[in-house]
Design a protein around this ligand. Structure first.
Ligand code: FES
Length: 182
């Protein structure tokens, strides 16, 4: 489970309070409340579930069960880079599961989770409409086709390199240029 910072917990609680104020506190409103949380926060964090359970006077486990039952809800915030592995029939038949497994092993997370450093998120999605390129992975809204385990390594490497290049650029800006005094 990802640790939330104190500031994040406060934000989550404020958002949860404001949403709960918009609804009558009855268990029938559980799903609409959770949908609002998901819309506002992009996921449904633990402290929000606690508030909802308390407010609707239902056990926390009931809220958790609903959040984990429906695909529309996420338990983790999206990563800086979000990998969506297509698990539609065409992709599944030609290695979608293998691509997903490769991401899980490399990132050491399960689908639906986000890495501890928040850099990568992983999820499975239904057909994204590019079946001729199966198996397909959507990386930050960009379609990548014919994804093999080697290609998974390449995708992760290229996103690591982007990050390193940005850091190097930032650092090199701090260095004195040739001819400049130190
Ligand atoms: S099944 Fe994956 S794009 Fe259609």
């Amino acid at each position: 489970m990802l640790e939330l910072s104190k500031e994040e917990i406060e934000t989550v609680q404020k958002v949860a309070d404001s949403i709960l104020n918009e609804f009558e506190n009855t268990p029938e409103n559980l799903i609409p409340i959770l949908q609002n949380l998901q819309d506002r926060l992009q996921y449904v964090p633990g402290p929000a579930m606690e508030k909802v359970a308390e407010s609707l006077d239902i056990p926390e486990v009931d809220v958790f069960e609903v959040v984990t039952f429906y695909n529309q809800f996420r338990l983790y915030p999206p990563g800086e880079n979000q990998f969506k592995v297509c698990m539609g029939t065409a992709c599944y038949m030609v290695g979608g599961e293998i691509a997903l497994d490769s991401f899980e092993r490399r990132l050491d997370i399960k689908e639906g989770e986000t890495t501890e450093d928040r850099k990568y998120g992983l999820e499975r999605v239904a057909c994204v409409g590019c079946c001729s390129m199966a198996p397909v992975v959507v990386v930050n809204d960009k379609i990548e086709g014919h994804v093999t385990p080697t290609r998974v390594d390449g995708l992760l490497f290229s996103h690591d390199e982007d990050k390193k290049e940005n850091n190097t650029d930032e650092k090199s800006d701090d260095k004195p240029k040739e001819g400049e005094e130190k």
